[in-house]
Design a binder for this molecule. Structure first.
Ligand SMILES: Nc1ncnc2c1ncn2[C@@H]1O[C@H](COP(=O)(O)OP(=O)(O)OP(=O)(O)O)[C@@H](O)[C@H]1O
Ligand SMILES: [Mg+2]
Length: 298
């Protein structure tokens, strides 16, 4: 029961999420759309989700996709190391700290058709500290993505596990935010904090991404009772925003990361591969309903 968990949710937040008050940010005609994958809690599957959503949109939906790693842990590059062809001329840090503010300089192709990424950037936490005193510090990434939006259909941002300046830059740059949430109370608290941040961005900067959805990740389908409790708490707070697709716990996902490949390349028939393909399908159906309707049935 939701009430037995003892949570409350602010009226302003309920209005913002439930009634769609958060402003929808449009990139503009003919420009790529940007999706931030963000959650305050660590280890909920942000990077795994960002990587596999990006790979499936590229491979299965033939969209030109750029995946940007905003986390200094560099897990995007390590998850995809078997797919990377070369290093980039610049890092995300050097772009954000430099004058040109063009993220295309940090982009490298992969051997996955239609998928490009930015490389690992271990300086990102230092960069975050250095940017703190800059005027317009929340808007730097949005500005840096201007040419990338003309080149790519979709830009996916893998955000770090906090609501610091890099995540804020991601949220301000994005038109939509996808929130991975494992079936734990701590994860749910983190989602509430993120929603409060979206409300604050809307109030303070006049821009916040639309909630693309919450996706339950790392679901251990054996924990039926606990799962049902958290699911109903999430559904009550975020009705209409919880994606139908759930990502189950699947050891092939971590096995694929071990060899630096997507699960689609390493274990194409694994349950985790099916889950992430279904997630990409659902994302396409939410963002581009016409494209989804036109796609041949699998
Ligand atoms: N569905 C899954 N089944 C099994 N293991 C998973 C699944 N999703 C993620 N993992 C594993 O859980 C760990 C954390 O996943 P991931 O790095 O994607 O989380 P994160 O939210 O990006 O973490 P951080 O907050 O540190 O950035 C990784 O070792 C990953 O392999
Ligand atoms: Mg991560």
């Amino acid at each position: 029961m939701v009430t037995s968990i003892g949570y409350g949710i602010g009226t302003r937040l309920r209005k913002a999420v439930g009634q769609g008050a958060l402003r929808r940010m449009d990139a503009g005609a003919g420009e790529g759309t940007c999706i931030a994958v963000a959650a305050q809690k660590g280890g909920v599957g942000k990077t795994t989700t960002a990587v596999h959503l990006a790979a499936s949109l590229a491979e299965d939906h033939q969209l030109e996709v750029l995946l940007i790693d905003l986390d200094n842990q560099g897990h995007v590059a390590s998850s995809l190391r078997a797919h990377l062809r070369s290093g980039a001329a610049q890092t995300v840090s050097s772009v954000l700290l430099g004058r040109d503010l063009d993220l295309m300089a940090a982009v490298v192709p992969t051997n996955i058709p239609h998928l490009s990424v930015t490389g690992a950037d271990r300086q990102l936490s230092n960069t975050e500290a250095q940017l703190a005193s800059r005027i317009g510090r929340e808007l730097l990434l949005r500005r840096a993505l201007r040419s990338a939006r003309r080149r790519f259909d979709v830009i996916i941002l893998d955000c770090p596990p906090n609501l610091g300046l890099l995540t804020l830059n991601g949220l301000v740059a994005a038109e939509r935010v996808l929130v991975p949430c494992d079936l734990s109370i701590l994860s749910l608290e983190g989602v509430d904090d993120l929603m409060t941040t979206l409300g604050n961005l809307d109030t303070m900067l006049g821009r916040a991404p639309e909630l693309l959805g919450l996706v339950h990740t790392r679901v251990d389908r054996r924990n039926k009772r606990q799962n049902a409790t958290i699911r109903s708490a999430v559904a009550e707070r975020y009705a209409g925003h919880v994606l139908a697709t759930e990502i189950g716990v699947n050891t092939d996902i971590s096995g694929a990361q071990l060899v630096g490949k997507t699960i689609f390349a390493a274990y194409p028939n694994a349950r985790g591969a099916d889950d992430y393909r279904a997630l990409a399908d659902e994302v396409v159906s939410r963002i581009w309903p016409a494209r989804h309707a036109a796609a041949p049935a699998a």
